[in-house]
Design a protein around this ligand. Structure first.
Ligand SMILES: CC/C=C\C=C\CC(=O)SCCNC(=O)CCNC(=O)[C@H](O)C(C)(C)COP(=O)(O)OP(=O)(O)OC[C@H]1O[C@@H](n2cnc3c(N)ncnc32)[C@H](O)[C@@H]1OP(=O)(O)O
Length: 636
């Protein structure tokens, strides 16, 4: 059912032999699986060519077997294994590549077609869908609309059209099999990753990645941060673990030996526990720990994970530009800093991209891939593909302060703190717990950098107003007391120990609030659950509408994915944008107008123009919102 032979000393030629059209009967699938096994395990074989006997590549599923139960090896894992193999596989397409036969060609790393060949997914005409990867791989290869047209019509296309669409790599008038063998010999040793169509785009080969963590005070001399900012710290450690556990070698850089040893022990401990849980052996040999940046000179990709400080990150990137090869990609793990400003200090702005991991990075599924205006498509695709390999839920977002998730968090947290000022403390509001977990100092630093608090603030400024709008200084007061959240054992709540997770209300916070309210003559009043929910969640969604208008997120669903996977938004609510649509956009608009009238000095409560526009258009469902958005980010 398939012939296996070695040609040109090193090419395994697999010829399907199932007349009349070499359909994928159970025997053929079995023979392909066995032949691939031989080819991949034989050291003499450097490449593989798959073709069909008698001038026909493959007519798809064997319709003669449709009447009986499915026997033999299933097609999907067989195809996935061909694509994942480490030797290049070339499809030599003569006659037809239809249905499952086309799907077989799609998993080959290269496709050579005879000029008379025809390709297509005719399954729809049989009342079925191309379920062996066709609906997934074809859109990745030629784009959604072209793929949809082929899938939904079942139309056969010519070799020339296939070449134009990017489905085949070469069209020949000669014997396609002979051309494919020569092609295969030339493909040996070329990177395969970008040839695997199930990968999102055309990313670079990722062989190793380095994760950096350089202690802030070592570069800065800020000793007050000692112990607060571990270098192979929370983020760096988590990222290193994520990479190593999927088989990517990592060089972790620290600034000094003592910190390096602490970080090393923690990473190894995490990997060992993780491996034990999954019943596999820990991939410790993939890790190298060093205090020398020079050790990064040969890596393909660097993930910088130093403290969230623009000046520090810029210095690191300048150093990296000197040390690394010109083609090395630079990724910055930042939760909101300007990726383009960092790109600007390097010698390769097009190779710089943001990778916003969520803490703890080895646990949290979400990854925002931040596309700077100068990040190349290949750079973005590589970051997306690396994230995929790390098992992350990836969302490509635009570059603006806070990107999508944290930008939306600002109005949400603002509302929570304003409510704290106005009403009773102790209401069930996840935002304070979440802030304690993330570390209160992170936001505090951002506010200081943006001039909202700290020494740059004009002393003449009224205490509860900044930059022309309402400001709540309570979070600053909490931070000034060294209460940075769980990591210090104290934050909005108190914890049994540093790093503890058992949160209890702290009477000291209650006292702080009472003192504050009496200083400013604030009369606390009861706030209804409805007002809490509306002010927090509608302000959150309102910022989401602005993000869509600005082209920072491509679609409302992306925002929902970010909130579901990165911010613990309740799954059954579907995310802030879906939630808003369920409440009803008209209602959201009406309530925001109401609250903005009551709080005119809070611009985040002012309904966004997109929300108004959607309501004016009859509140279309979420999937139709895009049609009403003017700005589209070119990369998203
Ligand atoms: C395990 C399953 C996994 C994946 C499933 C994937 C879904 C599919 O693949 S669904 C099947 C998709 N393929 C088709 O729909 C192809 C249907 N065939 C055709 O369109 C045409 O036959 C042709 C291949 C384009 C050839 O056309 P033509 O040159 O005009 O010759 P015909 O007279 O039509 O056919 C010649 C001869 O081949 C037999 N045949 C055709 N296709 C198949 C097939 N898929 N399986 C088995 N046999 C096939 C056809 O019956 C004719 O045979 P006769 O002996 O003359 O009857």
């Amino acid at each position: 059912m398939a012939r296996y032979e070695l040609v040109k000393r090193s090419v395994a030629l697999i010829t399907l032999t199932n007349p009349p059209v070499n359909a994928l009967s159970s025997a053929v699938r079995h023979a392909i699986a066995k032949s691939m096994e031989c080819a991949l395990s034989d050291p003499k074989v450097t490449a593989v060519v798959i073709c069909g006997e008698n001038g026909s590549f493959c007519g798809g599923a064997d319709i003669r077997e449709f009447a009986g139960p499915l026997k033999g090896p299933p097609l999907v894992p067989l195809l996935d294994a061909i694509e994942a193999g480490e030797k290049p596989v070339v499809a030599a397409i003569e006659g037809v590549a239809l249905g499952g036969g086309f799907e077989l060609a799609l998993v080959c790393h290269y496709r050579i077609a005879h000029s008379k060949a025809r390709l297509g997914l005719p399954e729809v005409t049989l009342g079925i869908l191309p379920a062996a990867g066709g609906t997934q791989r074809l859109p990745r290869l030629i784009g959604i609309s072209a793929a949809l047209e082929l899938i939904t019509t079942g139309r056969h296309i010519s070799a020339q059209e296939a070449l134009k669409l990017g489905i085949v790599d070469q069209v020949t008038e000669q014997n396609a099999c002979e051309v494919a063998v020569e092609f295969a010999l030339r493909a040996v040793a070329k990177p395969l990753l970008s040839r695997r169509v199930s990968m999102p785009c055309k990313p670079r080969e990722i062989r190793s990645a380095a994760v950096m963590g350089i202690k802030r005070e070592c570069l800065h001399g800020h000793e007050q941060d000692l112990g607060m900012v571990p270098s192979l710290g929370t983020m760096g450690r988590g990222i290193a673990v994520c990479l190593a556990r999927v088989g990517i070698s990592v060089i972790a850089v620290e600034s000094e030996n003592k910190l390096l040893e602490t970080g090393r022990q923690m990473v190894i401990g995490m990997l060992e526990r993780d491996a034990k849980r999954r019943g596999v052996s820990a991939s410790l040999n993939l890790l190298k720990f060093t205090i020398s940046l020079q050790d990064l000179k040969d890596v393909n990709l660097v993930i910088e994970a130093v403290f969230e400080d623009m000046a520090l990150k810029k210095r690191v990137f300048q150093e990296l530009s000197k040390v690394c090869r010109p083609a090395t990609l630079f990724c910055t793990n930042t939760s909101g800093l300007d990726v383009d400003a960092l790109a600007g200090v390097t010698d390769r702005p097009h190779l710089v991209v943001g990778m916003h991991f969520f803490s703890p990075a080895h646990v949290m599924k979400l990854l925002e891939v931040v596309c700077g205006p100068r990040s190349s498509s290949e750079t973005i695709a590589t970051a997306m593909s690396l994230g995929k390999r790390m098992g992350k839920v990836r969302v490509a977002v635009g570059n603006c302060p806070g990107f999508v998730g944290n930008r939306m968090l600002k109005p949400y947290i603002d509302q929570a703190t304003f409510l704290l000022e106005e009403g009773d403390f102790g209401f069930a509001m996840g935002v304070f717990r979440m802030s304690d977990l993330a570390g209160l100092d992170v936001g505090w630093r951002v506010w200081k950098e943006s001039g909202l608090t700290g020494s740059d603030v004009d002393p003449e400024n009224p205490p509860r107003r900044r930059q022309g709008r309402r400001y709540c200084p309570i979070p600053d007061m909490v931070c000034e007391k060294g209460r940075f959240g769980q990591k210090t054992g104290r934050g909005w709540y108190m914890y049994d120990k540093r790093g503890g997770t058992n949160a209890k209300p702290d009477p000291l916070i209650q006292i702080l609030l009472e003192t504050y309210r009496s200083k400013y003559g604030i009369q606390p009043h009861n706030i209804s659950n409805q007002e809490i929910i509306e002010r927090c969640l509608f302000a959150l969604a309102n910022e989401g509408f602005r993000i869509l208008e600005d082209g920072i997120a491509a679609r409302p669903e992306d925002i929902d994915v970010i909130y579901l996977f990165g911010y613990g938004f309740p799954r059954h609510r579907g995310g802030p944008m879906f939630y808003a649509s369920m409440v009803g956009l008209e209602r959201v608009l009406e309530r925001l107008e109401h609250y903005h009238q009551a709080h005119p000095d809070v611009p985040h409560l002012k309904p966004s123009p997109l929300l108004k526009k959607l309501v004016a258009c009859g509140s279309p469902p979420v999937q139709k919102w895009r049609e009403h958005i003017k700005t589209m980010h070119s990369h998203l």
